[in-house]
Design a protein around this ligand. Sequence first.
Ligand SMILES: *[C@@H]1O[C@H](CO)[C@@H](O)[C@H](O)[C@H]1NC(C)=O
Ligand SMILES: *[C@@H]1O[C@H](CO)[C@@H](O)[C@H](O)[C@H]1NC(C)=O
Ligand SMILES: *[C@@H]1O[C@H](CO)[C@@H](O)[C@H](O)[C@H]1NC(C)=O
Ligand SMILES: *[C@@H]1O[C@H](CO)[C@@H](O)[C@H](O)[C@H]1NC(C)=O
Length: 474
Amino acid sequence: MIFLNNSLIYVIFGILLQLLLVVKVYSQILTIKPDLRYDHTATLIRDGLYIIGGATPDGKTPNYPFLFLDVSIPFDTKQLKWHDLSNLSNNDIVPSHQFAAAIKGGADNNTLFLYGGMNLDNNPMSLVYTLNNLSWDTPKINGTPPNGKLFITPVIDYNGLIYLFGGYSTENIYTNDMFILDSINLSWKNVSSINAPSPRIEYSAVFLPNKKIIYMGGQFNNTTLPLSEVYLYDTVNDIWTTQMTGGSIPSARFAFSSVLGLDGQRIIIFGGMNSTHIISEALYVLDLNNYNWYIPSFFEQQLNARAEHKTVLIDKYMVITFGQGYTRDDSDSDILLLDISNNDQYAWTTSFDPTPTIIHSSNIGVVIGVVFGSTFVAILLLIGSYYLRKWYKNKKEQTDTITTPEEEHPREILRIPGEKNTQDQNQQPTSTSQILQISGNTSNSLQNNEMIQEVRDENKGIPTSGEDHREDHP
Ligand SMILES: *[C@@H]1O[C@H](CO)[C@@H](O)[C@H](O)[C@H]1NC(C)=O
Ligand SMILES: *[C@@H]1O[C@H](CO)[C@@H](O)[C@H](O)[C@H]1NC(C)=O
Ligand SMILES: *[C@@H]1O[C@H](CO)[C@@H](O)[C@H](O)[C@H]1NC(C)=O
Ligand SMILES: *[C@@H]1O[C@H](CO)[C@@H](O)[C@H](O)[C@H]1NC(C)=O
């Protein structure tokens, strides 16, 4: 009877400790604190957001130049769980850089194409890099490449064709060439620039459901370009047209971001700057049915203004990443989230919830992890306590100077789940970077993938596998 009562206490204790450890693993992952940065790239591939390159406000290489954020799970922008991917197996082939363009494409439609950019430390830089399964490559691309290499906003169509318009060349020329990079056949094509917008950089662009691309704003030689006209490139017929706009036309700007509204009927632009300031009237919407601009009906326009950031649409959120003009104060984070699901009321939020299906699986993951983990620990404890008690009895008979099992247990439990990660709390490299350092020794992309999976599992608080625990236990 006494033995059973004790066991029950161990079980409850075990479950509590298990929960504590889950929390602990979580908090360990929070330790990466990336430098502020701007003119980086942000790309969504599968359920991960990849932030590559960019420079700190004083023009230096940021501390973690290759960041990953798992967007398959909920997160809060006040507690972002950044992962450092700078130690990827062959990451060193991509030099520190800014002003590059990145977009998802390729035959598998899951390859990141990194185009152009300017290196920060005088290393030669290839024109195109690809990142596939966390392994970098410099693909051979047929045909004549564009001159414009910097400050381009890339757009991709439904056939894997990447459109690269204008940009600034390394020969200090502003261009208005339109080039297609076929991300599947790996070839260049110079298409029409008849009636194209004037040469420009740091414009904004969105691929529309009617297979046209809309181009807005930008700058040329320190002249900020207006939004009173926008430009449409018809990707099917290779034709440029100019479209006048009306309504509350935003002031001229460049280095802003834009996304297609969830209904495909409007463009939402955010942030940007003119030749002197980051623009305080940050948010405007362009109705694609009549090309009228309007200011969405909500809150202070001035809050959260920034420029040279990058925005990615994920589910119902405009996910705005880094940029100039914020300092990590109370109302600002590396990531801003604008929930655009309701056209009548866009809403800033700090909590990201992925689509229901993904939420479902990851919640289940956590629940299974905790329940299974706790049960497992409980069973181990039951067995363990039996032997411990036996051992204790024997020992007591021998010496009588031993600590009680109640005191002994906590330490043993603490060594159990996730020991690899929680052993030394003062050591700076987090569980993630430790894992990824391992990956630095291998060139196997499949392994890299597993690393990411492992990182994700940790995120979800799933304890490490049972086999590890058994060995540690008496
Ligand atoms: C692309 O074609 C345009 C004419 O449409 C031409 O002016 C330009 O020089 C070409 N660009 C390159 C890099 O060949
Ligand atoms: C690639 O995936 C996107 C969705 O992420 C889709 O809209 C697009 O059509 C796909 N492209 C190809 C070539 O399959
Ligand atoms: C890519 O190449 C294949 C085979 O050469 C060809 O059938 C296909 O049309 C090409 N795609 C494009 C977009 O040019
Ligand atoms: C630049 O933006 C600032 C802030 O929005 C504004 O006060 C200023 O008038 C703008 N300058 C020009 C030339 O438009």
